[in-house]
Design a protein around this ligand. Structure first.
Ligand SMILES: Nc1ncnc2c1ncn2[C@@H]1O[C@H](COP(=O)(O)OP(=O)(O)OP(=O)(O)O)[C@@H](O)[C@H]1O
Ligand SMILES: [Mg+2]
Length: 365
């Protein structure tokens, strides 16, 4: 298993630091009558706009962080179950389609969610799916008995017993401009990285997503940055619009967070490869040389067969299509590099922010 050096390797005291941190957070939570609902090591890539690259970035970040040595938990809160699809868990025996998490929330934490172990080395996952759709309703009905803060803290209550086992918990949220599930997560969450696709609708949604943070009830929620997961280098007009928007945003909010550079290139073939192979770009790159070899062999074989049978090579290829080895696009290499850079940057900001948060807790203690 390839391991990348991310600027907080396990050797550094991040694990002890986090453990201490988690315990401290838990103590603070229990002591605080107002209830500050923060699992300290939680992160999400988010935009309220659908299709803005949230799931891809969350999965990629979780996989890369685990490969770098951080014990990581990925929690899918989207009834589409896209993270399970991306990670290769969908429709396997491990896929409970969100049932155990829904039950754990319904039982107010007295039942345990099913944690699928080692979906990748060092990466565990709580799967989402059709049952996840019931979670907002459960949270709403919990408001009647537990009050708003209590209901919003339920996901934290369910996950708190496991928080100490992980250096990082990554949530994958569905697209939505608000609602009880998002309120709940934004009340629990500690770090967010915005994703924005290069189009006006995604930019509009970013303003909504931004409001969820600044107007939300969680003073400890911090924005680590913003990235563009599907940058189209040749879409000059779109990019000019996005660039001026981002410059403007950076100017307005630059004191609060800075943008994450670089962007991730858009490649539809690479996007399709990631979904069909159920692996992230960073995992597919090592397979490219072997796949290329298989593909060239296949080309050679079909040519030879066509010659032997005196037939047109395109006919033979069509017949043998089913056995064509899947090609992997070269653009995966670029995307893998860009994903990796974003992971490194986010995790170093995450570590720095954790340090600051810890210091602020110590000061107020
Ligand atoms: N760099 C990229 N280039 C091209 N396609 C990409 C890239 N990154 C992601 N995709 C594809 O774009 C689609 C949308 O991405 P993704 O599912 O990550 O977005 P999302 O914000 O999670 O969507 P939803 O709001 O439905 O949850 C997916 O099919 C994904 O494989
Ligand atoms: Mg998604």
């Amino acid at each position: 298993m390839q391991r990348w050096v991310i600027d907080t390797p396990r050797g550094y005291d991040i694990r002890g630091h986090m453990r201490f941190f988690c315990n401290y957070g838990a103590i603070e939570h229990h002591l605080d009558p107002q209830g500050v609902h923060v699992l300290p090591n939680t992160l999400t890539f988010f935009n309220s706009k659908g299709g803005s690259g949230k799931t891809t970035m969350n999965c990629s970040h979780a996989v890369a962080s685990a490969a770098a040595g951080w014990n990581t938990l990925l929690v899918d809160l989207d009834a589409q179950g896209s993270a399970g699809r991306q990670m290769g868990v969908k429709k396997t025996p491990d896929d409970d389609e969100g049932q155990s998490l829904r039950d754990a929330i319904a039982m107010h934490g007295r039942a345990a969610p099913n944690i699928v172990r080692d979906v990748r080395p060092g990466l565990d996952m709580i799967v989402g799916g059709k049952h996840t759709v019931e979670i907002p309703e459960l949270l709403l009905s919990a408001e009647r008995t537990l009050g708003r803060d209590g209901a919003h803290g339920l996901i934290e209550t369910v996950l708190a017993p496991y928080a100490g086992d992980y250096d990082l918990i990554v949530f994958d949220l569905p697209p939505a401009p608000g609602g009880v599930l998002h309120d709940s997560i934004f009340a629990t969450l500690h770090y967010v990285v915005y994703t924005v696709a290069p189009n006006q609708m995604s930019i509009d949604s970013l303003e909504q997503a931004w409001t969820m943070v600044v107007q939300g009830p969680n003073p400890d929620l911090e924005v680590l940055g913003l990235c563009v997961p599907m940058w189209q280098a040749n879409a000059k007009k779109k990019n000019a619009g996005l660039k001026s928007f981002l410059d403007n945003l950076s100017g307005q909010m630059g004191g609060y967070f800075s943008l994450i550079d670089p962007v991730v290139s858009r490649s539809d073939t690479a996007g399709a490869d990631m979904v069909s192979e159920q692996k992230l770009a960073i995992e597919l790159v090592p397979l490219i040389p072997q796949r290329k070899k298989e593909y060239f062999n296949w080309i050679k074989e079909t040519k030879a067969e066509a010659k032997k049978q005196g037939r047109d090579v395109s006919e033979v290829r069509k017949e043998r299509k089913a056995s064509e080895p899947a090609r992997l696009s070269e653009s995966l290499i670029t995307i893998a590099e860009e994903h990796k850079r974003i992971t490194i940057e986010v995790n170093s900001r995450f570590r720095a922010a954790q340090g600051e948060y810890l210091a602020s807790l110590m000061e107020s203690a």
